[in-house]
Design a protein around this ligand. Structure first.
Ligand SMILES: [Zn+2]
Length: 262
């Protein structure tokens, strides 16, 4: 397990983005996470809000998405997203199929040029690539999804659909709320401790990213990178649902299979 900070991988595109180096360096996929910088939305969605259902003006979100897509080199017509219902369901994203997946929180694909996105403002975005088969996955894990094992569901779906073996996979956990700021009920903290061990809990504060990383490690994923930046602490870089009391924008983490073949 390796740790990274958002600042280390920020690239000076317009708008600036986090380039997920370990995934881009495989040569079979590309991946990026957005920051809140370089968009057109007004407070409390300032400025690069990429979420459509948070109360922001539609035309601003569309302009922000256009800017993000251009900087990340993705085709918006081939960007697949989930409705994100804090469940554990996974879909396969295919060419020509619907690009908005209801009742799902994870997507997998092996189709060159298809982009899989996760929208977050504290929850844990997990990006997975299998360099052997070229399969990719994008997963949204809040506390419910984490306890429900959505990361494992994603790996299992890749195995069934594409013959992926966890031992070949590389996973990157993108910016999410840190243990510093994620206080939960006593009952929930106890449940996390029981499931994932004392390392993920401190008092009533839970380390969601680490809980997901432990699941991936347990499943045998070869290389796991965990972001240690906190969306709640770093208000200049990130939206945070908790810090902004629910009225805020969304960042997008995206992974593209075989970007050069598209
Ligand atoms: Zn924090």
């Amino acid at each position: 397990m390796r740790f990274w900070e958002a600042e280390e991988w920020i690239v000076g595109t317009t708008p600036p983005l986090i380039r997920i180096d370990p995934i881009c360096d495989t040569g079979v996929a590309a991946a990026f996470s957005s920051l809140r910088i370089g968009g057109v939305s007004r407070p409390p969605f300032d400025t690069l809000n990429l979420g459509r259902s948070v109360g922001d003006e539609e035309r601003n979100v569309l302009e922000n998405r256009r800017r993000f897509a251009e900087a990340a080199g993705i085709d918006l017509n081939r960007l697949h997203l989930c409705r994100q219902v804090h469940g554990v369901g996974i879909d396969i994203a295919v060419e020509g199929g619907p690009t908005l997946h209801p009742d799902r929180d994870g997507l997998i694909s092996k189709t060159p040029g298809i982009a899989l996105g996760v929208l977050t403002a504290d929850c844990v975005p997990i990006l997975v690539v299998d360099p052997r088969t070229g399969a990719v996955g994008a997963i949204h894990a809040g506390w419910r999804g984490t306890l429900g094992g959505i990361a494992l569901n994603g790996l299992r779906a890749m195995e069934e659909a594409f013959g992926t073996e966890p031992g070949d996979c590389l996973a990157v956990i993108c910016p999410s709320i840190g243990r510093c700021c994620y206080e939960v009920s006593e009952e929930l903290a106890a449940e996390f401790k029981r499931r994932f061990g004392g390392e993920v809990v401190e008092g009533r504060r839970v380390d969601l990213a680490l809980a997901n990383a432990f699941q991936l490690k347990e499943a045998g994923v070869r290389e796991i990178w965990v972001c240690r930046s906190c969306t709640c602490c770093q208000g200049e870089l990130f939206f945070s649902h908790r810090r902004d009391k629910g009225r805020t924008g969304r960042m997008m983490s995206v992974i593209i299979s075989s970007p050069s073949a598209s």
